[in-house]
Structure formats: structure tokens, C-alpha cells
Design a protein. Structure first.
Length: 418
């Protein structure tokens, strides 16, 4: 949404963003506000404030503190029963109906042609619903992840029907719904008659900027001391790299430069598993604290290979519809990708179309064979530049602008008829 806002301002539109004030516990704020975008940050009383600009890292190699882990366990216990229903940002949404809402925000909303609410969290759609009712604006409800029917935050038999009820009830007032994948589109078409798909895409301007400062690789013929495989993102229980680590251990028993893998991000779970589950892989694994956006892009561009892992669950539209921004950024980096996912996964379709799929498999022997081919120079990839460009933010932001233009025109016609 930051990229979309920047694109809209560059095209001459007036963009205001209303959000919460961020505290140090929300982590490091690594990106600035796009030039020309008006940013309104609300405190818990609906007044204008400012986020804490902490320079400390979001996460450390050691992961969460003992107290933080206890709080996380309590939260997970509550979430297992209430799903996503209980959200501490409910007060943020309620402020949109308050007479004490900051006058600057009231003015921005009353002058707006269209309000876009983007979730998660789902309470942004509650805020959009209130803005629609209070100010009579056109409303686009944008989902980057599903609220109801979510395959990760499953909730309980109590919370699931309530989440569907909320989704259905809120979207009755929406003028349009936007989502990030085909399966997610199919899901939300149960609740609304107009659902458009606009993927996350990658920021080509950011890549071009980082490419100018990334150090070039050694020239052909210079022997490598090790091949670096990088993964950017969190490691969770459904993203444990079993096949990759087994394949690396096997490949490094042979001749030639060894393969080393770096996990950049929150990976406390994997760190704790290494001594017992993957003892032989430990010499070839490095854990890196979570990186800022520009640092993460540079890490992708400097890697020899990129590793992608995601749920291969196909039991729900939510699971089948996962298309993370990381996938598009991997494609923009144009590095060979090792994907430990099912060949039936939606992400696998994008990888094959890009021409960057070095291997797509959940089997360690198939990943091992691909590593050996790569080391011997027998793995030749042919990136499809046209397909990769079609996933750029420039293209996706233009699709968003076109959609907003349609909604504005339809709203103007309604006013004329009435």
C-alpha cells in the first residue's frame, strides 16, 4: 500500500493515510513516508501523534525474551479460542465514529472521494465501514490476507462463524473488494459481487536503487569458497526447512564448494531445533537478525541462490491463495530459486512461469540433485523478463489506480442520478 500511495501521488492524486501511532514494541520503522502523502497517526484518544522512531533492530538472533515468550504463549491460547476477533486496535476503528476525532482526519475523510481500508488487521475494514456510513464516501475493502477462513489463525468453532458473519456484514456496504490471489478472490466472491485481484508485486524502483550499490560477484572462472543460499522471512512451524537442510548435508559431502544457508529474520524455532533435529547441518547454517527493507533486497541480490518455503496445504482457499511479497521480490532478484513447496501450490505456478525455478520439491533427494547440477554448472535458467515485469509495482499500482478511477466515476454518476 505504501507503493500504491506513492504511485497515486506521483500521478497527481491527493492521498491521506490514517494509521495508529507505532511504539518501540512494534519494531524498527525502516521506511519513510512517500513525498506528498499526508500521514495522520492517531493515539488512543483519536488525537494526532507521532510514532516512536526506534533505531533498534526488530528482532535479535536470540529471539524473544523469556517474558516475551510467556506473553506470546498467552496470546496464542486466547487466539486458539477467539481467532482474530480480539484485537487491541479495535479502539482505532471506534475513533472514526467519535466526535473527538482529530479535525484534520475528519476533514480528510469528508473531502475524500474514496476510502481504502487494507487488512490485516480486520479492524481497518471496520474503520472503512464507519467512514462509509459517516461521510458517504466510496469504499474499497482491500485484503492482503484473509480474515475469515484464515488457514493460519484458525480460531475455534466459536470464532470461525463469527468471523464469517463480520466479513459478510461489513462487505455489504463496500463498493468493491480487492484481494491478492485467485483463490482469495474465489473466497470473497461468497460475500460480495465485485472482487478484483491485484497482487502485491515488487518495487522495481527499490531494486534499481539497491542494484547500483550491490557489490558485483567475482568474474567467471574465480573459484567460490562457498555458495550462499538465503532465505528472507520468518521460520514458523509450517515452514521448517527439512528437505533443504538434509540436501545441503548430502551435497556438502561431495567435492566442490560447499553450500551455506542464511536465514534472515525471526528464526528462534529453527535455532532451538538445530542441535537435535539437524546436528549435521549446523556448520553450514547462519542466523541473521531481521533486516530492514533495503537490506533485505540487497541480501537477495548478493545471494547465489534463494530459498522459498511456504505452506503446501491445499485444504482451504486461504492456504491455496498464499502469494507473499517475498515471492515477487525473489523473482525480481532473478536468482535461481529452491522452492520447498508442493508442485501444485499457487506459488509454484509463478515460479515456473518466471523461469527461475531451480527446483520445486518437498523431497530432499530432488533438492540435492539440483544443488549438484548447479555446482557443476549444468543448471541453466532462462528468466522470462516480460512475465516478471508484469508483476512489478508499477503495473500493479496502475491496476489499483484504474480500479479507483472506475469507483470514482461510478460514484459521480450515482450523485448525478440522485
Amino acid at each position: 500500500m505504501e507503493s500504491f500511495a506513492r504511485h497515486l501521488v506521483d500521478k497527481g492524486h491527493d492521498v491521506s493515510v490514517v494509521t495508529t501511532c507505532k511504539t518501540a514494541r512494534d519494531g524498527r520503522l525502516t521506511e519513510g513516508t512517500p513525498d506528498g502523502v499526508r500521514l495522520f497517526e492517531l493515539d488512543n484518544r483519536g488525537r494526532l501523534g507521532a510514532s516512536a522512531r526506534s533505531s533498534s533492530p526488530v528482532a535479535s538472533v536470540q529471539g524473544r525474551s523469556a517474558g516475551g515468550m510467556r506473553l506470546l504463549k498467552i496470546k496464542r491460547m486466547v487466539d486458539r479460542f477467539l481467532g482474530q476477533l480480539l484485537d487491541h486496535r479495535l479502539l482505532f476503528a471506534a475513533q472514526f465514529a467519535s466526535p473527538f476525532l482529530a479535525k484534520e482526519v475528519k476533514s480528510a475523510l469528508s473531502e475524500a472521494d474514496i476510502v481504502v481500508s487494507s487488512s490485516p488487521p480486520w479492524i481497518t475494514h471496520l474503520a472503512g465501514w464507519i467512514a462509509k456510513k459517516r461521510y458517504g464516501v466510496r469504499w474499497l475493502a482491500d485484503y492482503r490476507d484473509q480474515f475469515s477462513g484464515n488457514h493460519i489463525q484458525i480460531g475455534s468453532a466459536f470464532s470461525r462463524p463469527l468471523e464469517r458473519w463480520i466479513d459478510r456484514g461489513l462487505l455489504r456496504s463496500a463498493d468493491c473488494v480487492s484481494v491478492i490471489s485467485g483463490p482469495m478472490k474465489t473466497y470473497y466472491e461468497q460475500f460480495h459481487g465485485r472482487v478484483e485481484c491485484i497482487e502485491n508485486g515488487y518495487d522495481e524502483k527499490a531494486f534499481a536503487r539497491i542494484e547500483q550499490v550491490v557489490v558485483d560477484k567475482p568474474a567467471s572462472g574465480v573459484p567460490k569458497t562457498a555458495f550462499v543460499i538465503r532465505y528472507a522471512g520468518s521460520i514458523s512451524a509450517d515452514r521448517i526447512p527439512h528437505a533443504l537442510l538434509q540436501a545441503i548435508v548430502q551435497a556438502n559431502r561431495g567435492e566442490g564448494a560447499p553450500f551455506h544457508v542464511e536465514f534472515c529474520g525471526e528464526s528462534g524455532l529453527l535455532r532451538s531445533m538445530m542441535p537435535k533435529t539437524f546436528p549435521e547441518a549446523q556448520p553450514f547454517v547462519r542466523f541473521v537478525p531481521q533486516l530492514g527493507y533495503s537490506e533485505a533486497l540487497a541480501a537477495m541480490l548478493e545471494a547465489d541462490l534463494l530459498y522459498f518455503v511456504e505452506t503446501s496445504d491445499t485444504s482451504s482457499l486461504s492456504a491455496r491463495g498464499v502469494l507473499t511479497t517475498k515471492l515477487f521480490e525473489y523473482l525480481a532478484a532473478k536468482k535461481p530459486v529452491i522452492a520447498e513447496i508442493s508442485e501444485e501450490a499457487l506459488a509454484a505456478q509463478y515460479l515456473r512461469a518466471s523461469g527461475l525455478n531451480m527446483v520445486i520439491s518437498v523431497k530432499s533427494d530432488e533438492i540435492h540433485d539440483a544443488l549438484i547440477r548447479y555446482r557443476s554448472g549444468g543448471q541453466v535458467l532462462a528468466p522470462d523478463d516480460a512475465f516478471i515485469h508484469s508483476l512489478s509495482r508499477a503495473v500493479k499500482a496502475q491496476a489499483m489506480e484504474d480500479l479507483l478511477g472506475q469507483l470514482y466515476t461510478e460514484g459521480a454518476r450515482t450523485v448525478v442520478r440522485s
